[in-house]
Design a protein around this ligand. Structure first.
Ligand code: MN
Length: 161
């Protein structure tokens, strides 16, 4: 096989590209898994490029991590439908939509309950580690009506039913 040419295979896979499911054992400030039903495939990661192109896919009802970081993302929706939280807004997204995620902007993708959501994501090869919201930051986002419906509900405070 010529590794410079890697054919696609059915179901949004590629020859020679590993599919990496994320373990759902990291909890957010509200006690929910930080992501759900998501896989990552790194399509391009050559040092000469300086950037990587990854393909992320969430099964129906899945979501990516709500996070922010110094590095930016360039995203193109590839399949399915869902919603994207970007800063203070939530938008419906579908195939071939383009999303620029600037530095230090909270972002999260969620697949619809009945459809997967797959997107291509270009990112610097050298990049900082994402930050997750703390309880105060999460509560502030929950208090924004534009985001409240999108974000998973906060659990009841300790001691309440
Ligand atoms: Mn990110």
């Amino acid at each position: 096989m010529n590794p410079k040419i890697r054919p696609s295979t059915p179901d949004f896979r590629w020859d020679g590209v590993g599919v990496h499911p994320y373990k759902e054992d990291q909890l957010d400030a509200a006690g929910s898994p930080v992501f759900r039903a998501i896989t990552r495939q790194t399509l391009f990661s050559e040092p000469a490029l300086g950037c990587e192109l990854r393909y992320f896919e969430m099964a129906a009802g899945g979501y990516s991590t709500l996070e922010r970081h110094e590095h930016s993302h360039a995203v193109m929706i590839f399949r399915g439908h869902g919603k994207c939280l970007l800063g203070g807004e939530v938008r419906d997204v579908g195939p071939h939509d383009l999303i620029t995620i600037p530095a230090w902007t909270w972002h999260q993708f969620r697949a619809e309950a009945d459809a997967p959501l797959g997107f291509l994501c270009m990112v610097n090869a050298q990049r900082d580690k994402p930050q997750l919201p703390n309880a105060v930051e999460l509560a502030a986002m929950q208090a924004n009506p534009a985001l409240a419906e999108f974000l998973a509900p906060l659990p009841n405070p300790p001691g309440t039913p």
